[in-house]
Design a binder for this molecule. Structure first.
Ligand code: GUN
Length: 293
């Protein structure tokens, strides 16, 4: 009977980011209710400069996420020709506004605005993206603070899938400020042995093949195939790309790697949904950091 099922082949467990992110959002909604009962309400402010269509989708989804868990959001959709001074002045006002708990400036910004200057202007107490140098420093030395949402979401995926991290070889492929670097620190915090690999790493395939947990954030469509993966490895795909047919795909060649690994995240539906869940978690946490709870 079961003729289509090949019992001889290993099957990877698919890590369902949609399901796990829904669980987290439902936990957050309960927490928000509790806080409301204590008279604490939370408000995120989202700023978009210009009308990049991808950014508009992200901003809309962030606002929808707030609504879902019962926190307020306000947004500023500013014109493309907004000056850096106007944006910094707005951030100053929001930093001083007691009703605003989190401030998020959607990136990328138009080229005439210095992104670092903008990130550094946001109060570290309201930096729900976790991009401020103070947040990054706190992460590195293990102090409380906001953690970049995508890497924090990956830790949740691993922990909630009961994947052992302690003592494991972890290779993070990619070294961006938003994903690769904070990811490596978070895995170190979980007692993994961490290697950061990147496009200039010698013998990249061999290095990746050492990994019990391989986290891929290199930004190249289906770059990692089965030759990069050890038998039984856990593979986390952070990439969001479009293939030649316009379909979403990750940085991992999913079909090629699937039978070799023990766990894998799909694209879409893996890491992606976790980013907003962790942004919402940071918003809820902000009241704590601000001493309001
Ligand atoms: N642009 C793409 N991803 C992000 C993100 O996580 N935060 C912000 N602020 N901008 C982004």
């Amino acid at each position: 009977m079961d003729s289509e099922f090949n019992w001889g082949e290993a099957m990877a467990n698919i890590i369902d980011g949609k399901k796990i992110s829904s669980e987290i959002k439902s936990e957050l909604a309960d927490r928000v209710k509790e806080l409301k009962n204590k008279g604490v309400s939370i408000c995120l402010c989202v700023i978009q400069v210009g009308d990049d269509p991808a950014s508009s989708v992200y901003v809309r989804n962030k606002k929808k996420g707030c609504e879902l868990i019962g926190i307020e959001s306000v947004s500023y959709e500013l014109p493309e020709n907004t000056t850096q001074k106007e944006l910094l002045d707005l951030i100053d006002r929001l930093n001083n506004d007691d009703k605003i708990n989190g401030i998020l400036v959607q990136l990328p910004l138009p080229s005439h605005i210095d992104e670092n200057a903008v990130i550094e202007r946001i109060s570290p107490l309201k930096d729900v993206d976790g991009f401020h140098p103070v947040s990054v420093g706190n992460l590195c030395i293990g102090r409380p603070g906001f953690v970049s949402c995508t890497p924090a979401g990956i830790i949740e995926l691993l922990l909630r899938s009961n994947i052992d991290i302690q003592g494991k070889e972890c290779v993070v492929l990619g070294r961006s400020n938003i994903v690769g670097k904070p990811m490596s620190i978070l895995m170190l915090r979980q007692n993994a042995t961490v290697t950061i690999a990147h496009s200039k790493t010698s013998n990249l395939k061999e290095v990746c093949k050492r990994a019990d947990i391989l986290i891929v954030a290199i930004g190249k469509s289906r770059f990692v195939n089965s030759e990069y993966v050890k038998d039984g490895a856990v593979v986390i795909d952070v990439g969001i790309n479009r293939n030649d047919d316009g379909k979403l795909c990750g940085d991992v060649d999913y079909d090629d790697v699937f039978e070799k690994c023990s766990y894998i995240t799909p694209v879409p539906g893996g890491v992606g949904p976790m980013t907003i869940a962790m942004l919402l978690k940071n918003c809820v946490e902000s009241a704590n950091l601000q001493g309001k709870i």
